[in-house]
Write a protein that binds this ligand. Structure first.
Ligand code: UD1
Ligand code: CA
Length: 488
């Protein structure tokens, strides 16, 4: 149920210089979703009446992503005044004037902070009727963070930024995680009074704490139980670290749901993937996007599936597939490449060194070896010979190949599209199918073989081939002499 007294402000206006990226920092993905999407999901779980997201750098990209994952969010544009204080000031101003509840402030680059932790923080804040409650962390190395300064009695008196701190403050190991709960009224009253005369020339949100203290308003700081939850992502090393942590949690979740995952450290599963019971995921496998895997399927090793649908009991081994559908008990791989629009029906097979694209392969039909099948429909129970190529592209346009049911095509065929092979038809090895093959016909168009005797001796005299041929011919002549029957 929506909490009418709760608002969440997500800070996402910063530049993210250390990512060294053309992409906005908060749009870098972990577990298949941009960082800011994870933060918005957490915000939604708090069931606030309002979510406001502050943007500035790469504004349009970030705003579009925000609205994609939280269509009711209020997008707030930060002006040229820098700092977290200004960001929150503008966000609070974007809330309804009569909103008088609590404001949770989080950063768009802290993707693993969860709603349980934040919900508990809101409860503590309300129970203590505090004006501000800071989620803090105690770190071995506090470099770069704002320090939580407490008085002799333990009460929080200020947050001092690293760049503004003296020796004594730098020695403090309790830091500001950058997530807080504030009384909206305190922010409304105090943020306009904060200046930019500090080491960074920014309006610091954290300066609110000292002002509250001066006004004798209660401020609390609560250390987080697990520091990694509040770890921000500032560079790509930290991005990979948080991605690995989230992945480990996702893998564990599937394991506890009854999925066998042999090697969690080499198995990467997006948050958006679903996997049925008793499925088995073998090492070096990445399951991405909207992929769904039904029960008892076996995926991997060495497999990447992006936006794929895998049916019950299907086996997908050493494959790379995008936007492909593999139905129940079908088999894929090893070494298969399934491109968008591939649909392998129940009991079918796309085998070794086979590439498919826009290919619908009917029930029990097989493309077992060394083939390219594109823009094709194959009926049921057909077998496509080893080394078959659909020549679907004439250099200008793509054309379709249609193969019926219970067809047997020979090895090393080319189907020159557009072309149709009727139900129950056969083709010989090496056939280049350019014309329709009627149902039940055998199509052959390879020229009869002609052997030009001693062609090598005449045309490649002195070569190794000529020598080998001469020796074999001599040996055959000798054999013929000693064996009057001339058996070979
Ligand atoms: C901030 C805190 C610091 C805390 C640290 C935790 C302040 C003044 N300091 O410092 O006490 O230990 O986070 O990581 O708040 N942002 C905006 N607009 C701005 C500036 C920043 O939206 O003008 C956003 C950033 O995109 C980021 C968040 O605010 O998501 C924090 O900003 P950042 O510059 O990383 O703050 P820190 O210097 O790390
Ligand atoms: Ca930061």
């Amino acid at each position: 149920m929506t909490d009418p007294r709760l608002a969440v402000i997500v800070l996402a206006a910063g530049e993210g210089t250390r990512m060294r990226s053309r992409r906005a920092k908060v749009l870098h993905p972990i577990a298949g979703l941009p960082m800011v999407a994870h933060v918005l999901t957490t915000a939604r779980h708090l069931e606030p009446a309002y979510v406001a997201v502050v943007v500035r750098h790469q504004r349009d990209d970030v705003a579009a992503a925000v609205l994609e994952y939280a269509d009711t969010a209020i997008v707030v544009d930060q002006d040229e005044v820098p700092g977290t204080g200004r960001a929150v000031e503008l966000a609070v101003a974007a809330l309804p004037d009569d909103f008088d509840g609590e404001v949770v402030v989080v950063s768009g680059d802290v993707p693993l902070l969860d709603a349980v932790t934040l919900g508990a923080l809101v409860e503590q804040h309300r129970a203590a009727t505090a004006s501000a409650t800071i989620l803090s962390a105690v770190l071995d190395d506090a470099t770069g963070y704002g320090r939580i300064v407490r008085d002799a009695g333990g009460a929080v008196t200020a947050i001092v930024e690293h760049k503004d701190a003296d020796e004594q403050v730098l020695a403090i190991t309790e830091v500001n995680s950058g997530s807080y709960v504030f009384a909206a009224s305190a922010l409304r009253e105090l943020l306009p009074r904060i200046g930019t005369s500090n080491a960074q020339g920014e309006k610091y949100l954290t300066d609110v704490v000292a002002l509250l203290r001066q006004a004798s308003a209660p401020v609390a700081a609560v250390p987080v139980a697990e520091n990694w939850r509040v770890a921000g992502v500032n560079d790509r090393a930290q991005l990979a670290e948080q991605a690995a942590r989230l992945n480990a949690m996702i893998v564990r979740g599937h394991q506890l749901n009854g999925v066998s995952i042999v090697d969690p450290s080499t198995t990467w599963i997006d948050l958006t993937v679903s996997i049925g019971q008793d499925a088995e995921i073998l090492p070096n496998t990445r399951l991405a996007g909207a992929t769904t895997i039904e029960r008892d399927a076996v995926i991997g090793p060495d497999t990447t599936l992006v936006d794929c649908e895998i049916g019950e009991g299907a086996v997908v081994k050493r494959a790379d597939a995008t936007l492909a559908v593999v139905r129940a008990f079908a088999e894929v791989g090893p070494f298969a490449y399934l491109r968008p629009g591939t649909e392998l029906s129940g009991g079918g097979k796309i085998g070794t060194f086979v590439e498919t694209k826009n290919a619908k392969i009917g029930r029990g039909s097989k493309v077992p070896h060394l083939s390219y099948i594109g823009d094709t429909e194959v009926g049921e129970g057909s077998n496509i010979g080893a080394g078959t190529i659909t020549a679907n592209y004439d250099g200008v346009n793509k054309h379709r190949t249609t193969v019926g049911s219970h067809v047997r095509t020979g090895s090393h065929n080319v189907f020159v599209a557009p072309v149709t092979i009727g139900d129950g038809a056969y083709t010989g090895a090496g056939t280049v199918v350019r014309k329709p093959v009627p149902p039940g016909a055998l199509a052959v168009n390879v020229a009869p073989q002609r052997n030009m005797e001693r062609w090598v001796a005449a045309n490649r005299p002195g070569s190794a081939a000529a020598e080998a041929a001469a020796a074999a011919i001599a040996e055959r002549a000798l054999g013929a002499d000693s064996d009057p029957a001339g058996a070979e």
